[in-house]
Design a binder for this molecule. Structure first.
Ligand SMILES: Nc1ncnc2c1ncn2[C@@H]1O[C@H](COP(=O)(O)OP(=O)(O)OP(=O)(O)O)[C@@H](O)[C@H]1O
Ligand SMILES: [Mg+2]
Length: 439
């Protein structure tokens, strides 16, 4: 067999040289964990016959697994002794086999197939549930078998962390690794980390230094920010009137109109059980009465029909359709439009100049503070899935979505009044309008 030198950073050396039941590496993005584990396993598998199972909590397709990384590393090193099949990888010389499984799919019968594993590698182990871990640990039972774990800590009490790392025994090797320890870290990742440190220092420790999120920073929007805006009596503001329209998807959800003008979120108007034409009629009425500069509406589901009717009625200039799931405008910072728009709500609430939310709305505090955030591999902001929010909140955060929609794109007034036509006295004589009647 061709002798090839593996390029594994020194910090990972114990993977190959120390005998431990548990080998756990954790840290922030781009620490080199996945590459080092993949390389180490490939090289061990060339030395003797091993049965290696690569696990994660959920694996809907093999594409979710480390199969691609292992295949890429085999090509990179030119390891012709490995053969890559559709669902497994085999070493023709030693008989080593890699297989790929999602733990969530393992019933008591299926999990038996893992009993002969020499090494189980759990990737992204922060997502492993206690139930999965409790089933897996006794299953990897072959004498001298090892469990290799890579994770980016999510919460203080990630189940695997609690089980293995809070009081590690002498059968456990634990190593923290960050991008600063990775001699191969690409310049783009170093730049992303630096940008994060400058722009959102509160997130840097979690994303790039591998610290768990604290209670305070797993939420996208803090209740302090929302409370401040709820108690802010702002009567008037400049800026175009924008309406965000979140259209009900299921029986229980509400169709919500949010009216915002600059720093003032004027009010929410909600409707239940309206069909496409009825929602289009209400919207038409609002356009004719309040003359908004723009209406952003969610065109996932029923919204698409409403959008078509409104365009057909000649409101093409005013109405814009938005898919929450579509690519973000700043796609280097946000996983999708939904994350981008919601983050604009957070930025709006954080502005030094005060912003105001309707004080008498009893739902908006819950809606805005219920959403948890996370980050993808590129450090881009991602929001908790809607179903998970709905389970926790007991409803969908429709008002939050409607407010977020008002931030879909920057809007500029097309017919702003020429200020030179006002006398100075006129400007001062304008009575302050009350919240809720700013149009
Ligand atoms: N041995 C290596 N040879 C070449 N490049 C490497 C090596 N190890 C790491 N890298 C580079 O560093 C990057 C980050 O490594 P890796 O994906 O293994 O980090 P990680 O700690 O698993 O990060 P994440 O938490 O983001 O998954 C890789 O995309 C690759 O570009
Ligand atoms: Mg990784």
């Amino acid at each position: 067999m061709k002798q090839i030198k593996a390029q594994i950073p020194k910090i990972f050396k114990p993977l190959l040289t120390v005998k431990k039941r548990i080998k756990l590496c954790y840290g922030g993005r781009a620490g080199g964990k996945s590459y080092a584990y993949a390389d180490s396993l490939l090289f061990l598998g060339r030395m003797k016959k091993l049965f290696i199972v690569c696990l994660r909590e959920i694996q809907s397709s093999i594409k979710d697994s480390v199969y691609k990384l292992l295949s890429d590393r085999i090509s990179y090193y030119g390891l012709t002794d490995y053969k890559v099949f559709d669902t497994k990888i085999e070493n023709k010389m030693t008989g080593t086999v890699f297989t790929f499984k999602g733990l969530r799919d393992q019933d008591p019968q299926k999990i038996k197939s893992l009993e002969g594993a020499d090494i189980a590698w759990i990737e992204e182990a922060q997502t492993i549930t206690k139930k999965s871990w409790d089933i897996l640990e006794p299953t990897i039972r072959k004498p001298d078998s090892e469990i290799w774990i890579t994770m980016n800590r999510q919460e203080e009490n990630d189940p695997i962390w609690v089980a293995l790392a809070t009081q590690p025994d002498n059968k456990t090797w634990i190593q923290k690794v960050n991008y600063t320890d990775n001699p191969f870290c690409p310049q783009e990742m170093i730049d992303l980390a630096q940008r994060c440190l400058e722009k959102t220092p509160q997130d840097y420790a979690h994303i790039w230094l591998g610290e768990p999120m604290t209670q305070g920073n797993s939420k996208l929007i803090s209740s302090i920010l929302v409370q401040k805006a709820l108690n802010m009596p702002l009567f008037d503001t400049t800026g175009p009137l924008i309406i965000g329209l979140d259209i009900a998807r299921f029986g229980d959800d509400e169709t919500v109109f949010c009216f915002r003008r600059g720093r003032l979120c004027i009010r929410f108007e909600t409707y239940r059980k309206k069909d496409t034409v009825e929602v289009a009629n209400i919207t038409t009425h609002m356009i004719k009465t309040f003359h908004p500069e723009r209406i952003f509406l969610d065109i996932g589901g029923q919204g698409a029909g409403v959008y078509d009717i409104l365009k057909d009625r000649g409101f093409r200039r005013i109405v814009r359709g938005v898919y929450f799931g579509e690519k973000a405008i700043s796609s280097d910072r946000y996983v999708n439009r939904r994350a981008e728009m919601w983050d604009h709500v957070r930025l709006w609430l954080s502005e030094t100049a005060s912003v105001s939310l309707p004080k008498d709305d009893t739902y908006i505090l819950g809606d805005l503070t219920c959403v948890n955030k996370k980050y993808d591999k590129l450090g881009r902001l991602q929001l908790e899935e809607k179903d998970s929010i709905k389970r926790r909140l007991g409803r969908s955060p429709d008002r939050g979505d409607a407010l977020a929609l008002t931030f879909a794109e920057p809007v500029f007034e097309t017919q702003s009044e020429d200020i030179s036509s006002f006398r100075l006295d006129d400007l001062f004589a304008q009575p302050h309008r009350q919240t809720g009647s700013a149009w």
